[in-house]
Write a protein that binds this ligand. Structure first.
Ligand SMILES: [Zn+2]
Length: 146
C-alpha cells in the first residue's frame, strides 16, 4: 500500500515540473524588463559625493631618520619623544605629546644617533647613557617580538 503511494508521489513530482518550466520564461521576461529599468539610475557615473574630481593619491607622511638620514614613511620609523617632563622615551604608538624625532626601528640607527648626538640636538636636550641604554634595550626587545 505504502509503496504504491510512494510510486504515485514519484510519478506526480516529475509530472509537475514540465509545466512549471514552461511557465517560467514568460514570467521571467516580464521581471527582467522591470529590473533593467530599475538598475539604470544606479549606474550613473560620478554619483558619489565623497569623491572629488581633483583627488590626489594618498600622501604618505615621510620622516628622516637621524641615524642613517634616509627618508622613510613615518609609520616605519620610531618616534623618540622628549616629554614635557623632560624625559626622553621611545614612542612606539607615535601619539605621545612632546617634541619628537624619528629614527629607524633599528638599534644600529639608535647607536648612530647616540654617537653623533643628533638626537640630543634635534630634541634640544641632553640624553643620558641610561636613557640610551634603555632605548636600545626596548628597541632590541621589539625586534625580537614583532
Ligand atoms: Zn635609520
Amino acid at each position: 500500500m505504502s509503496a504504491e503511494a510512494e510510486a504515485e508521489a514519484k510519478r506526480t513530482a516529475p509530472a509537475e515540473k514540465p509545466p512549471a518550466k514552461g511557465a517560467s520564461p514568460g514570467q521571467k521576461s516580464g521581471l527582467q524588463s522591470g529590473q533593467k529599468a530599475g538598475s539604470k539610475p544606479g549606474q550613473k557615473p560620478g554619483q558619489k559625493p565623497g569623491q572629488k574630481p581633483g583627488q590626489k593619491a594618498r600622501k604618505i607622511p615621510m620622516r628622516q631618520c637621524l641615524g642613517c638620514n634616509q627618508h622613510k614613511p613615518k609609520a616605519e620609523l620610531l618616534r623618540v619623544v622628549r616629554t614635557p617632563e623632560g624625559e626622553t622615551v621611545l614612542d612606539f604608538t607615535g601619539k605621545k605629546s612632546g617634541r619628537g624625532a624619528y629614527i629607524c626601528r633599528d638599534v644600529a640607527c639608535l647607536r648612530r644617533v647616540r654617537k653623533s648626538h643628533r638626537l640630543e640636538r634635534s630634541l634640544d636636550c641632553t640624553i643620558s647613557d641610561a636613557v640610551y641604554d634603555r632605548m636600545e634595550a626596548e628597541l632590541s626587545g621589539q625586534e625580537e617580538h614583532p
